[in-house]
Write a protein that binds this ligand. Structure first.
Ligand code: FMN
Ligand code: SF4
Length: 438
């Protein structure tokens, strides 16, 4: 295990994670001692439009994967329209490898609750929802407890801190489906329907929850709001890069010595993150990795110095996504890893559109053929052709994301596929997987 050098340690910028190791960090008393609810007091004295402008000025971009500018999104909410407005926090966190929102809600739930109150005040919403993944029982318990503590202290409910602002906050547990993280499927699920994406336009900004103006934001996005209100836009922009401002929680998993969450200024590199995490596990050398979850194209060892911000990762041919860096070594097989991810996408496809529903079903079968030693050279063309029919032709991002590891693993690791097809690598799956597949 390597020890990080002081200059690399200085890359850590704990803002969202700064309270996580405090005793009883999840309790309101601890939170209040460590800056908690100071931003709310400040925000309630400001005009809502000024708060929206502050978030625009900070350059904050959504932490849910797409990196959409948050202030711009808030500014889309029509004002004076006479309709109720809603804030919905996307706490579904289903992207494989992603582990930043659940630890935040478990360790520091009040950071999210405070962010919800400020964001709701800014967009003039008097009702907000946190849609949390059903399996995340522990985080949901902590969150519900925090919400109750906030009600008891007068931070939620009617006439918050005597400001005249009212807000009801509901924590809603989903049933556990990856597609319910897609914002319009989430809204359908919240309304009690089967979670499937909606046709856009109209967009949630005008026709969201109950056909009313709605902002949907990720947990990390909303939890970034109180520090921005306290520290100001310039302080926030002093971290990160020109177009990707602020700190970001990178979750490292896989063949790394100390997996976990590392909060750094955007633009940190994997080389630096690995140093912070004690390096690779003994006996393992980096071979491939995801910069932002399994829906983002794989990168290879040659990409160790790519700046991990929205622009840097895009320039390297991938996507920053959820900053879920899954690390694989020379002892891992990119073909098998891709197959496992495809099983996930096939299982989680909601079935609404044909390219994703059928394409993933068939690609899983082609992978089983290759991995059981029955593959042909034509299978590789079939995979690329199928991806071509899914990418850009699917109803939502799940279909597009499913193709990422297929096309990128074929780009960087075609030889691994050929080794199965030409018999140099022993089959990983038994031929039994080829029959009776569901
Ligand atoms: C299949 C799929 C799953 C998604 N899952 C999540 C999720 O679990 N959490 C999340 O914040 N965004 C998720 N998103 C992105 C959301 O649709 C949306 O862009 C995001 O919640 C917006 O918040 P932000 O602007 O704060 O990033 C998912 C998108 C797709 C296509
Ligand atoms: S791309 Fe997949 S998950 Fe998205 S709507 Fe189509 S079938 Fe459903």
């Amino acid at each position: 295990m390597t020890t990080p050098r002081p200059e690399t340690l200085a890359k850590l910028t704990p803002v969202l994670t700064k309270r996580w190791l405090s005793p009883d960090a999840w309790r309101i008393g601890t939170y209040e001692q460590l800056d908690g609810y100071a931003a709310l007091r400040k925000a309630l004295k400001a005009h809502p439009d000024d708060l929206i402008q502050l978030i625009k000025d900070s350059g904050l971009r959504g932490r849910g994967g797409a990196g959409f500018p948050t202030g711009l999104k808030w500014g889309f909410i029509p004002q004076g329209d006479g309709k109720p407005h809603y804030l919905v926090v996307n706490a579904d966190e289903g992207e494989p490898g992603t582990c930043k929102d659940l630890p935040l809600m478990t360790h520091d739930p009040h950071a999210l609750v405070e962010g919800v109150i400020i964001a709701s005040y800014a967009i003039r919403a008097s009702r907000a929802y946190i849609y949390i993944r059903g399996e995340a029982v522990h985080a949901a318990r902590r969150l519900r407890n925090a919400v109750q503590e906030a009600y008891d202290k007068g931070y939620l409910g009617r006439n918050i801190l005597r400001s005249g602002f009212d807000l009801e906050l509901v924590v809603h547990s989903g049933a556990g489906a990856y597609i319910c993280g897609e914002e319009t499927a989430l809204l359908d699920s919240l309304e009690g329907f089967r979670g499937q994406p909606r046709l856009r336009p109209p967009f949630p900004a005008t026709h969201g929850l109950y056909a009313s103006p709605t902002v949907v934001n990720n947990v990390g996005t909303i939890a970034s709001v109180p520090p921005i209100v306290l520290g100001g836009a310039d302080w926030w922009k002093s971290m990160g890069t020109e177009k990707s401002s602020g700190p970001m929680i990178y979750s490292l998993s896989g063949r790394v010595a100390n997996p976990g969450q590392y909060e750094c200024s955007m633009g940190v590199t994997l080389r630096e993150l690995l140093e912070l995490a004690g390096g690779m596990q003994p006996g393992h050398n980096l071979r491939f990795w995801t910069p932002g979850g399994s829906s983002t194209p794989l990168l290879a060892a040659e990409h160790l110095d790519v700046p991990l911000d929205f622009e840097g990762v895009a320039a390297a041919g991938s996507i920053l996504g959820t900053t879920a860096t899954q690390i694989f070594s020379d002892q891992d097989c990119p073909v098998y890893a891709t197959y496992r991810w495809l099983e996930f996408y096939h299982h989680e496809s909601c079935g609404k559109c044909t390219p994703c529903r059928e394409g993933n079903y068939w690609m899983v079968r082609v992978y089983r053929r290759i991995l059981s030693g029955q593959g042909t050279h034509e299978d590789l063309d079939t995979l690329l052709d199928t991806c071509d029919n899914i990418l850009g032709r699917s109803f939502c991002g799940l279909g597009d994301g499913a193709t990422s590891s297929v096309t990128s693993s074929l780009k960087y690791f075609k030889q691994d596929y050929l080794d199965y097809i030409e018999g140099r690598t022993a089959p990983k799956l038994s031929e039994k997987t080829l029959v009776g597949a569901h």
